[in-house]
Design a protein around this ligand. Structure first.
Ligand SMILES: [Fe+2]
Ligand SMILES: [Fe+2]
Length: 371
């Protein structure tokens, strides 16, 4: 009897310790997504709520909500304005090798969605190729066109929030510099192999590649992509670059038409983003986001007081210019001069230039150009 009592008493501290550990573990598990410090009983997580922008929150009390951090969270983390300030690296910033043309915000606001109807079989192959790529891209980014109705997909997986928009922009811009840099590289090889002038296509293509990379370098200052987005970008580049390289060798004209259609889609995405940014509270993080320093240095007219919407207006105008250039290149022979590179004096018919005043969004026809 005595020995049994001693055994029970001997086990008691162990049982108490085990109970205490279990309680601590349960408490830790229930609070690990919210805070590392112990919380009061009345603050115990009660329910998970989804905010208007699609972010999941744990409701701790009437006033207090904390975002849920999931183990397999693959969303892009949009920086708060404070984090973004820390991200700005000004130490080794260089002046743009290809200075951006001076465009006013008023000119940028006039840019809109346009479409060139496919006319030839090549156009159709390019157009449906673009639509196929876009379909894959839409699945990956959970996107559907809203056609001006910002709340059309509310409550569905297609409802765009701050994070999803930045994921889409990051992926779009990581691919966008591939066509101009590949085309410029191939035309450089062609020029030095055949000892011929290129007639200035390389200049415009290099400028476009630089411009697209500036878009990407700006977006990585706004949000941090997840491991999943980085993996998709890595794989996407490997596949797309190889396909584009070999297709450009076979038929450069189809490739420029394909890029023209791709740019039409980019203008649509940025118009959707601008529409949502125009509604107060629709994208609460992005509407407060400051324009990163690297972007202020590159685009004329952007400064520390500019809004994120001002930045997107500039980027959309860039995409509209690429749309015009690539649809025009697709109308030319590859041995023609690049009409965007040099303005001809004393020629009074309208001709392409780097501005937004005189533009043909569906491309300049060859018969209208002084070549
Ligand atoms: Fe871009
Ligand atoms: Fe573009």
């Amino acid at each position: 009897m005595l020995s049994k009592s001693i055994i029970i008493n001997h086990k008691l501290p162990l049982l108490l310790a085990a109970k205490s550990t279990t309680t601590s573990f349960i408490r830790l598990a229930s609070t690990s997504t919210a805070t590392s410090s112990p919380i009061r009983k009345e603050d115990q997580p009660k329910q998970e709520v989804v905010a208007d922008n699609g972010t999941h929150y744990v409701k701790l009390s009437k006033e207090k909500e904390l975002p849920v951090e999931r183990l397999f969270d693959i969303s892009t983390k949009v920086y708060s304005p404070t984090d973004e300030a820390l991200q700005d690296d000004t130490k080794f910033i260089t002046h743009p090798l290809y200075p951006h043309p001076v465009w006013t915000l008023k000119e940028c606001e006039k840019v809109g969605i346009t479409h060139r109807e496919p006319r030839t079989i090549g156009d159709k192959i390019s157009y449906y190729g673009t639509q196929y790529c876009r379909g894959l891209f839409d699945i990956f980014t959970g996107y559907k066109e809203a056609n001006g109705d910002s709340y059309k997909y509310k409550g569905t997986r297609y409802f765009m929030n701050d994070s999803k928009f930045i994921t889409r922009c990051l992926f779009l811009e990581s691919i966008a510099a591939v066509p101009p840099s590949t085309a410029g590289f191939l035309r450089t090889l062609h020029s030095i192999r055949l000892l011929r002038r290129d007639k200035a296509w390389i200049d415009t293509l290099a400028d476009e590649a630089y411009n697209e990379r500036m878009h990407l370098l700006t977006f990585i200052k706004v949000g941090k992509p997840s491991w999943f987005t980085r993996t998709m970008i890595y794989l996407g580049q490997g596949v797309f670059t190889n396909i584009f390289f070999f297709t450009y060798l076979l038929n450069p004209r189809y490739c420029h038409r394909f890029v023209g259609y791709l740019e039409e889609e980019a203008v649509k995405t940025y118009t959707h983003l601008i529409d949502d940014l125009s509604i107060p509270g629709r994208l609460p993080l992005l509407e407060k986001t400051k324009v990163p320093k690297i972007a202020q240095q590159y685009w004329h007219g952007l400064n520390e007081n500019s809004s994120f919407k001002d930045l997107i207006l500039k980027i959309r105008a860039d995409e509209a210019k690429h749309r015009e250039i690539n649809h025009t290149f697709a109308n030319l022979n590859t041995t023609d001069r690049n009409p965007f590179a040099l303005e001809i004096k004393d020629f009074h018919e309208p001709q392409p230039n780097d501005g937004l005043e005189v533009t043909r969004p569906t491309g300049w026809e060859r018969k209208d150009l002084y070549l």
